[in-house]
Write a protein that binds this ligand. Structure first.
Ligand code: WTA
Length: 663
């Protein structure tokens, strides 16, 4: 449904300065060709750089596609890779995480915690010990995590993986219903939360949200509460326990042997929105996933021991799982982890963080950059950000203007700066510049090329390669390490959603175009998923929430362009007999979405109509609804999906726009 609402130029080229790996497109294309021809050997070469307890029997078990097993039979442990390895090396007392809390005092951050690899190792061991002894967590179990951006979040993730248990993190902007739904599906045994968290100067009361979720979460028996804000929370006797209390009696030097887990066993389940139905639990493995992260940390971020790395994402989303927790820690990097809003208390907060810690590798998002542009460049200029030597963006297409702004103000018009395309499903970066390997000229807004070992293509409706410059669907043609094992408890859906549109190939659900030089440009979603400030939401989930209101007979939610957030949802609602449109009802529906899905899904607007435009097979004509919401004509082409003629589309548009008063 989404398409860019800005123009791009295929011809604009910028070469970063001083890159020892500067290369030509042909050099890269040749290298890439070889890497995908021999992709199994190629990935095996990278996997040998990890520490395995037992080597794999087979690089790729492809006996039951699309359920692939990478490095089948091999044994390893993700927490061992992120901690034990470094503790045995000169990195033992190197700082792993510099954490900064949001509140400020006298112009300085009130709380900063610096945890070395040895600190992390000791704490993860202690927490693993506690989880095992107290809550009997073991391989095969799932623990739920609803924590804000505090060090205990990666600590619990690593502790679970040390035990061979899987974890399921729920983003702290999701509501109690969303938590309960995920905990029930994942069959989580316990949930870890906090007494609160700071965001934009406000305290988020996470514990009460969990309390509500607990009324519906059937499998969760205990709640562990980490102290963050010292907010008074309600503790249920026998069910809830403060983290500090749970840890009492755990020896300061507790050690838990890292479980030797199979490469193809689950590391975590992360729920993500799909086109239809409930959020899908993506199950990621250990061996393939860690191999992909190792490769991308090296190639895409060019990570070195001397770097200070900062990924601004929230760990509640896949970007944080891969590029705050497992990737950088596996590589032994020093990283910044920040609790709150990057523009609190003022627009310069993020730039002050770069200056304070001398951040050298920076991973950000288009939404963040657009917000900063609006705030004004004087805020950036207050700080020395010249430590930055490499930047990347993620989450949505980056508009050339946002690219150029950050490239000028922080990149000093010379550092490598890319837009990394990937998804929750892919586990790690798939299409990107690879400055750690070879640096090609940049183009503002492009994603660059598939990374080595990844066979991506833009295809037409029939699955044939699309011509240069023509829009098509993005597919991945070969299995890759880091791909999901399945959708949790729903293997049929895994096949249906990703491997049936173009049999045997992974259908990403994005529109993309390749330019005449072969660069990929991802244009936006081809389905009913929207990206609100980079956060992935399914319009279906919002529609299912709206329908629960007694006044609502039917609804359609679409994303409309937003200057800062990229896209925001608006709803079209058909009321049941006996209900009439009112401002109050609009307010109730907006509130319902906040309650059911969470504040990140807040509706920008609600329109009342008497009917929704439908195709012959009763599918809502989303293109028409969206055009009306945007006050723009629906265009004069039809697509196969429309099942309607131009006239029908025009009529439907005229009727709906007339009714909701938008033209
Ligand atoms: C979009 C986030 C263009 C895309 C890691 C994809 C992007 C969806 C980019 C996945 C980018 C992510 N350029 N589009 N650099 N990065 N996307 O699962 O539509 O939250 O399908 O994973 O985000 O969102 P998800």
């Amino acid at each position: 449904m989404t398409e860019l609402n800005w123009s791009i130029s295929f011809d604009e080229r910028i070469s970063p300065e001083g890159m020892p790996n500067a290369a030509k497109v042909d050099d890269y294309a040749n290298f890439h060709k070889k890497s995908i021809k021999e992709y199994k050997e190629f990935w095996a070469g990278l996997a040998t750089e990890l520490d395995w307890f037992k080597p794999w029997d087979k690089v790729l078990d492809d006996s039951n596609p699309p359920f692939y097993k990478w490095f089948a039979g091999g044994e390893l442990n993700a927490s061992y890779l992120c901690l034990d390895r470094h503790v045995k090396s000169a990195r033992k007392n190197k700082v792993a995480i510099i954490w900064e809390g949001e509140p400020m005092e006298d112009g300085k951050p009130k709380e900063v915690r610096k945890l070395t690899y040895y600190d992390m190792y000791r704490e993860v061991n202690r927490v693993a010990h506690m989880l095992k002894e107290k809550y009997n967590i073991k391989q095969g179990d799932v623990i739920g995590i609803y924590l804000p951006m505090i060090p205990e979040l990666p600590i619990f993730m690593l502790a679970a993986s040390r035990l061979g248990a899987a974890f399921c993190v729920v983003f702290s902007g999701f509501s109690s219903d969303a938590i309960a739904e995920r905990m029930n599906d994942a069959e989580a045994k316990i949930i870890v939360t906090a007494d609160g968290s700071w965001r934009a100067g406000k305290m988020l009361d996470l514990k009460s949200i969990v309390d509500q979720a607990m009324q519906k979460a059937k499998t969760v028996k205990n709640v562990v509460v980490v102290t963050r804000t010292r907010n008074k929370v309600n503790m249920v006797e026998g069910r809830d326990e403060y983290f500090e209390d749970a840890m009492k009696g755990v020896h300061t030097n507790a050690y838990v042997e890292p479980e030797r887990v199979k490469s193809e066993s689950p590391l975590y389940i992360l729920y993500t929105s799909g086109t239809t139905g409930k959020p899908k639990g993506q199950v990621h493995d250990v061996g393939g996933y860690m191999t992909l992260l190792h490769a991308t940390m090296k190639w895409v971020f060019d990570i070195k021991d001397s770097d200070v790395y900062w990924c601004m994402a929230d760990i509640g989303w896949v970007t944080g799982h891969s590029y705050i927790v497992f990737g950088p820690l596996m590589e032994g990097a020093t990283e910044v982890m920040y609790e709150g809003s990057p523009v609190f208390p003022e627009q310069n907060r993020w730039a002050s963080i770069i200056e304070r810690y001398g951040v050298s590798v920076f991973y950000t998002s288009p939404t963040a950059i657009r917000g900063w542009i609006k705030g004004g460049e004087q805020w950036v200029k207050m700080h020395d950000t010249s430590s930055v030597r490499l930047m990347n963006s993620v989450g949505e297409p980056i508009n050339p203007e946002a690219f150029k702004w950050l490239f000028r103000l922080v990149g000093r018009e010379k550092v490598p700066f890319g837009s990394t395309w990937w998804m929750t499903e892919t586990g790690g970066i798939m299409i990107s510049h690879v400055p750690g390997l070879m640096m090609l000229p940049m183009k503002p807004g492009t994603n660059g090329f598939p990374i080595p070992g990844i066979d991506a293509e833009v295809v037409d409706e029939k699955g044939n390669p699309q011509k240069a410059g023509e829009r098509g669907f993005l597919v991945l043609k070969k299995p890759w390490p880091g791909m999901p094992l399945t959708i949790f408890k729903d293997p049929n859906r895994f096949v249906d959603v990703y491997f049936s549109k173009f049999p045997g190939q992974f259908y990403a659900g994005d529109y993309a175009v390749r330019d005449p030089d072969g660069y990929f440009w991802v244009l936006g979603r081809a389905d009913e998923i929207i990206k609100v400030a980079g956060h992935r939401l399914g319009t279906y989930e919002l529609e299912s929430a709206l329908i629960q209101h007694k006044a609502v007979a039917e609804s359609a939610v679409v994303g409309v362009p937003d200057e800062i957030k990229g896209e925001v949802p608006v709803a079209f609602v058909i009321l049941r007999q006996g209900f009439i449109p009112s401002e109050q009802l609009k307010g109730e529906l907006k509130e319902l979405i906040r309650q059911q899905v969470g504040p990140i899904a807040s509706l920008k607007d609600v329109f009342f109509a008497s009917k929704l435009p439908k195709t012959r097979s009763a599918k809502i004509m989303r293109r028409v609804v969206k055009a009306v919401a945007m006050g723009m004509p629906p265009g004069d082409t039809t697509t196969l999906d429309d099942e309607a003629s131009i006239d029908e589309i025009k009529n439907a548009y005229a009727q709906l726009s007339g009714e909701v008063g938008k033209k």
